[in-house]
Write a new protein. Structure first.
Length: 731
């Protein structure tokens, strides 16, 4: 018996050879291969293996799955239609391809990923699953890699002359092999940035080279720089860019003033966060003899300093946006511009690009003007100070909100201007709501940090009347600039900020979730949809489920993006909308300034394809910056929870999956996971229809939206993961 088993094992040959040969021929379907070439690809050279390959090739040719194009050389017969799309990998190694050819995403099992990585543009073919009849696919070729650089921890294998980098991202399913001569002086356990160089046919892992040592895992600066590096975002300016910016002439000259509308005598002020360092927008207010109000929205004239074709402009375009991390800002422009020359600081003259409106008491626009100006800011307000004026209807600023740290009286004209503009802003906002705008006032999580960037506390930032005053006038400028160009004939190329209508399936999914809390939505038409969404967002204010519902509602919306093809802005209920008001921190606003001036000067329409490519780049960079910002908040939340491991917290179940439940703590919005393996009082199973974990013996349910009590089990700063122990439900 023993001898027979050994003999069987010896003659087993190459496993799964048929599928392997088909995979090789399909992947390189425009080439033909003989048995020797296939043997070489498989790394075999013994006679038994070669004979097995020859027989398998002959069998596949008889079955008409491959064809013999010349003697001994075979090529796959392609009866399949191939598609292209973007791969979205899940943490477990499976994925989905997002493809315009199909209504639903196409599932890709981990064994059919074929070396594609998350975000790659891939070629694939699709087929119906036998069991469920849904589409499944196999990736046949990687057309374009989404990224080539990854952050991870290096593990140096002693006495082996190589190392592996274990990526931080749970969507990178392979460790990266690094030869010892390419570790760039990294030490075992360092967090590094590695670039992919090759993925040999026979290699299980891709080959890479360490291009930067970031530091020790868990160290604050290491982790912040790792977040930036993960998304390919810089943390400092190249020397030549800084040098170029520092030699710019930032003086205000008579010659330049003569080319502009001089608005230095108009009452002008800024309203910004207390800790703001760059002020890219200011408002001016004058009462005209005809009873109208002349209100100017004045924006830093960044394009005056940022000349096309310079290293400074190239760097700003590549960045496309400033990145607002939890402890720092990574600016789009060097400090000499962002915080000095272009910042509309109080009691300083500045070059500005302005939208000036004459408005009546009903907030109706009676006249508009756009162009370059020079302005002088009479005062700087924090949002809290402007809010104090609005709430008290006086010019007195109390000590607890004052920038100066003491009670003071602001100029009465400035206070009157704020109060009148608040009235007009409320009329404009009400009109937007009637037109179908959606009111997203999501609570922002902020941290009180000590001098060493340790989180001492969490607080929530909400939008009040002062914030909404600024928002409405910025929206007005953005909308009117966009209309001014968008309505011209013949059509002129411009940079629009668009927002498509929400997908019906996403709205239906939202209804399923919020229905668990007793809310009902009406999707009969656009008007009823926006009205019911606004009612929902209003009803949840102050309730335990507010953050969850706010987040889910935002996710049900389409993503706003930049494009030259105007389709309007659904969320704002505008037919025309652009970004014009923040050129210090957004490159699309710089493009809008340049194009507006070009058309004001009588210029012809610019090349649409060139600007569409710039719009796509700007949208992509905005998306990466948003992800980095979220990661930095998650990182700081975990640091905060490290110091509260012995405390019990009340949270809301914010997600339920087959591997556990996610809980968001009500008091600080930190979210963590309770693994189903740690729910030991019963055997729990995931009920997809109820969005719940249900105990088989007790029938105990933990459902989406339920309040629960949790305690920190584990904090992982490297993986940015927070684990909870479930203590039960509040009594």
């Amino acid at each position: 018996m023993t001898r027979k088993r050994k003999g069987k094992s010896k003659n087993k040959g190459i496993s799964n050879l048929t599928n392997t040969i088909l995979s090789i021929l399909k992947k390189e379907r425009n080439q033909s291969f003989n048995y020797k070439q296939i043997a070489a690809k498989l790394g075999v050279n013994d006679a038994s293996s070669r004979n097995q390959i020859i027989k398998t090739l002959a069998k596949l040719a008889v079955q008409k799955e491959i064809e013999e194009v010349e003697r001994g050389k075979f090529r796959a017969i392609i009866n399949t239609e191939y598609h292209t799309g973007i791969l979205d990998l899940a943490a477990k190694g499976n994925g989905y391809v997002i493809c315009e050819d199909f209504e639903d995403d196409v599932f890709i099992a981990s064994n059919n990923i074929n070396r594609a990585l998350n975000g790659d543009e891939v070629e694939f073919y699709a087929y119906k699953r036998r069991k469920r009849g849904k589409l499944e696919g196999e990736i046949t070729n990687v057309i374009k890699r989404a990224k080539s650089e990854y952050v991870g921890v290096i593990q140096i294998i002693e006495n082996k002359n190589f190392a592996f980098v274990v990526p931080d991202s749970n969507k990178m399913y392979k460790d990266i092999f690094v030869p010892i001569n390419k570790i760039n002086k990294a030490e075992d356990g360092d967090k590094v940035l590695v670039t992919l160089e090759d993925w040999p046919e026979k290699a299980d892992s891709p080959y890479g080279r360490v291009i930067q040592v970031l530091g020790k895992p868990g160290d604050h600066n290491t982790e912040i720089h790792a977040i930036l590096a993960e998304y390919g975002l810089p943390h400092e300016f190249p020397h030549e860019v800084e040098a170029y910016a520092n030699q710019l002439d930032t003086s205000i000259t008579k010659e330049e003033i003569a080319k502009r509308r001089d608005m230095r005598k108009d009452l002008t002020f800024t309203i910004d966060p207390k800790d703001a360092k760059d002020f890219d927008d200011a408002l001016s207010f004058e009462v005209l003899d005809n009873g109208l109000y002349e209100i100017g929205i004045h924006i830093a004239d960044v394009s005056h300093y940022l000349e096309e074709g310079t290293v400074l402009d190239d760097e700003a375009y590549e960045r496309a946006t400033s990145v607002y991390l939890v402890d720092r800002v990574v600016p789009m422009l060097p400090e000499v511009l962002s915080n000095n020359a272009c910042s509309l600081r109080p009691h300083e003259e500045k070059y500005t690009f302005s939208a000036v409106f004459q408005i009546n008491d009903k907030a109706e626009i009676k006249n508009e003007w756009f162009g370059r100006t020079v302005t002088y800011s009479d005062a700087r307000y924090a949002y809290e100070e402007a809010q104090a004026v609005i709430e008290s209807k006086t010019n007195t600023i109390p000590v607890d909100v004052s920038l100066t740290g003491k009670t003071y009286q602001t100029d009465q004209k400035l206070a009157d201007a704020i109060l009148k503009m608040d009235e007009l802003a409320k009329i404009m906002r009400a009109q937007r709501m009637r037109n179908g705008a959606i009111s997203f006032d999501k609570v922002e999580v902020k941290f009180n940090l000590d001098d060493n960037n340790n989180p001492e506390g969490v607080f929530f930032k909400t939008s009040k009347d002062a914030n909404k005053l600024i928002e409405e006038f910025m929206l007005l400028a953005n909308r009117k600039v966009s209309e001014f160009i968008g309505k011209q004939s013949p059509k002129k190329t411009f940079v629009y900020r668009v927002h498509d209508e929400p997908d019906d399936s996403k709205l239906a999914a939202l209804q399923n979730v919020v229905g668990r809390f007793g809310y009902k939505l009406n999707f009969k038409d656009r008007k009823s949809t926006t009205a019911s969404l606004n009612n929902l967002l209003q009803e949840v204010v102050g309730k335990k489920e507010q953050n969850l519902v706010d987040t889910l509602t935002i996710r049900s919306m389409s993503k706003a993006e930049y494009t030259t093809h105007n389709i309007g802005h659904y969320g704002l209920a505008f037919n025309y909308y652009s970004h014009f008001t923040s050129p210090i921190r957004r490159y699309p606003d710089v493009m809008a300034h340049r194009l507006l001036q070009h058309y004001l000067d009588g210029g012809k329409s610019v090349n649409e394809e060139v600007y569409e490519e710039k719009c796509q780049h700007s949208s992509n960079m905005e998306n990466l910056a948003t992800k980095a910002e979220r990661d930095s908040i998650k990182y700081m939340q975990i640091r905060f929870m490290e110091d509260h491991k012995d405390e019990e917290f009340v949270g809301v179940i914010s997600g339920v999956t087959d591997w556990g439940i996610y809980v968001e703590i009500i008091s600080n919005k930190c979210e963590g996971m309770v693994s189903v393996r740690d729910m030991k009082d019963d055997h729990y199973a995931f009920d997809q229809d109820q969005y719940a974990m249900v105990g088989r013996k007790s029938g105990m349910t933990y459902q989406l939206g339920d309040e629960v009590i949790v305690k920190v089990k584990n904090t992982d700063l490297v993986k940015k993961h927070l684990d909870f122990n479930l203590l039960g439900k509040p009594e």
